[in-house]
Every structure is written in structure tokens, then in C-alpha cells.
Design a protein around this ligand. Sequence first.
Ligand code: NAD
Ligand code: WQD
Length: 340
Amino acid sequence: MARTTLVTGGAGFIGSHTCVELLRAGDEVVVLDDHSNSSPEALERVAKIAGRPIAAVHVADVRDRKALDAVFASHPIDAVIHFAAKKAVGESVRIPLAYYDINVGGTTALVSAMHAHGVHRLVFSSSCSVYGDATTVPLTEESPTAPTNPYATTKWTCERILSDLCRHVPELRVLALRYFNPAGAHPTGLLGEDPRGVPNNIMPFLTQIAVGRRDGLSVFGDDYPTPDGTGIRDYIHVVDVAEGHRTALDHIDDEPGMRVFNLGTGRGASVLELVRAFEKASGRPVPYRVTARRPGDVAELVADPAKVMAAWGWTARRDLAAICRDAWNFQQHNPYGYAS
Ligand code: NAD
Ligand code: WQD
């Protein structure tokens, strides 16, 4: 029988790509999103790519318990993927309480509604930012956690709450997926990253430079203890991340309780390596200048993806060239994002 999955934040960057994978796998998909950081157009495109409709879209805040009750009352939900959250690290330093409220309060409201309606399977969007300033790479799930900003603290706090709950609610099954740096776009050019205002993350910044919306890149520091001095990250294709969620749902009943998995490639790229890969993919030069380090940035974050490979046979299949090619393809087809 087809599984019915509730996807909170399903219109967002990772959520929309995940909805495509779920629909393609035959799931019924119900989305809850307040569109505070997304366009309804993304969901139209999800259905177009998948060739199947989303069962229902509820435009609501994930903290709204009445709205959640209505969603659970009107669909036979088997599992929930919880993407809905605020994700800008810099903003979280300026307005930490909003981050605790939405990210932590949203998660507790959701889990409370799930419990009330007898739904016990949850995939939670966590982040490599819970590891903080890593002293040794690659990072395994056993590496010490030390969040360095309010955003990361919300993800770490949610993990703690969920793990604690699992001890007291034996039927609960939670998979916390710690994504490294999701980037890229759907190869159709229909779905991609469409940040509001100035992008916080490097990949949409690069694509906006190449399409002529921005002049050049500030490389935040070249004095890190890395081979070329610039920060190293584990960029993972968003379609790989989406496939990881579909695989997670297939394995959520393997064991009760809470399990944590890294979703990364295990391969790091420096800022300058990324710039070169993007120039090659786009055929456009990326003017850049080195500026000061960005406060809160760390030298190197790279996943050890062995645990998820051993558990589910899941591995990221797309490389940095594919990430750059697909991100550029989306930007070219949608120079102003979904508003194009
Ligand atoms: P996104 O902002 O594109 O998607 C989040 C979606 O949630 C948006 O559609 C937004 O409108 C919705 N939303 C936000 N607050 C809401 C609320 N209160 N009620 C209902 N809907 C709400 O972000 P994304 O990149 O797709 O990230 C998805 C999840 O993955 C987030 O939890 C984020 O913290 C986590 N994550 C993202 C990254 C990354 O680099 N993109 C890395 C690690 C973890
Ligand atoms: C990548 C690299 C920058 C912009 C963030 C969150 C993390 C996770 C993923 C949610 C770094 C450098 C960037 C620019 C630059 N998100 N850079 N110039 O900071 O690794 O991770 O997104 O969970 O929690 O912190 O991603 O894309 O901002 O930066 O030189 O204009 O690019 O210093 O080395 P980051 P990013």
C-alpha cells in the first residue's frame, strides 16, 4: 500500500526535491509550508517533474497546533519529514529567539501533534553545524558536537529533545539526518535554490554572479590551515540529499528509537576549488577578491559517510561538476528564481 508522507517545509530547497523523489517512489505526499521562505510555484513544478500531483498542500505555520491537528485528521499520515525551519546562521545571531521559537517550538509542536494522532515515524533535518569547529575531519556521527551559533544550537537541541523522547515513547522512530552543504538543483532546471535577498550561501552567490546579478565573490579568508588557505566544505547534490530521505523512510522501521546519520559525500572542496569548478561548468569567469574571514566560519567540515552506507547502502552519486552544472542550469532558466 502506498505510504502517505507529510513533508513540512516541502516547498523549500531540499523539501521540493524530496517531494519529487517521494512522488516518483509512489508515496502520497502532503505538504505543510507557510511559504515564509519559498514559493508555491515550486510545488507546481514538483508535480510537473514527477508527473503526479501532491495530495494536499496546507499553507500553515508548523507551530500552529490547530493546523497540525487538521492535517493529521484529514490524511492517514504514516511518516513525517520535518524540513520547516529557519536556516540563516547570521540571522540567527541577530534574532536568536525567533530561531528557538520556530526551529525548536516548531519541532515540539509537530511531535506533540504526531503523538496525539498516533504517528510515530519522523525524519528530522539536522545539520553538520552541530559539530561546530571540528578538530578532526572527516566527521563521524560520534564526533563531539559543539554548536557555535543559535541556528546550530536549535538543531542540536531538537536532536536532544527527540532522543530523550524516544527513551520515553517506545514506538517512536526518529532519523536525524545531518546534512553537510546541500547545493545544486534539479537536472530539469525546474527546481533549485531561490534565496530571498543577498544569498547567505556560496553556491547561489556564484550562480547570481554568473547570470549578472552580482559583481563578484568575496572569498572569506585565505589564511585557514587548508592547502590553499580557503575554507573546505562537503558539498552534496540536493538530489542526493532528496534520495537520502526516500531511503531513510524505507529503513525507518529497521530499528526503534533515534538514529543519527551524516549525509555528505566524504569529499571536501575549498572555496577556490569550487570557484574553478563553477567557472568550468558555466563557462563564465567568477571575479573574486579575498576579504576577511566571516565570523563564525570554520576551516573544514567534511563528512565521514560510512555509517549511512553500511546501514542502507546509500551514497552520494553526484560530483562537484554535476552540482555546479545543475545549479547553473537552474539559474539560467530562472534568472530571478521562481519569480522569473
Ligand atoms: P528552505 O528555507 O528552502 O526550506 C524551508 C521551508 O520551510 C521553506 O519552504 C519555508 O517556507 C518553510 N518554513 C519555514 N518556517 C516555517 C514555519 N514556521 N512553518 C511552516 N513552514 C515553514 O531551507 P532548506 O535549505 O530546504 O532546508 C530545509 C531544512 O534543512 C531546514 O530545516 C534546514 O535547517 C536544514 N538544513 C539545510 C541545509 C542547507 O544548507 N540548505 C543544511 C543543513 C540542514
Ligand atoms: C561555504 C564556504 C565560506 C559565501 C552553512 C551553514 C550550515 C549549513 C550549510 C544549514 C565557507 C565560503 C561563502 C561567500 C565565501 N546549513 N564563502 N564567500 O557556512 O559552510 O554552511 O550552510 O544547516 O549550517 O552554516 O556554507 O555556503 O555559507 O559557505 O567565501 O560569499 O564558502 O566561508 O568556507 P557554510 P556557505
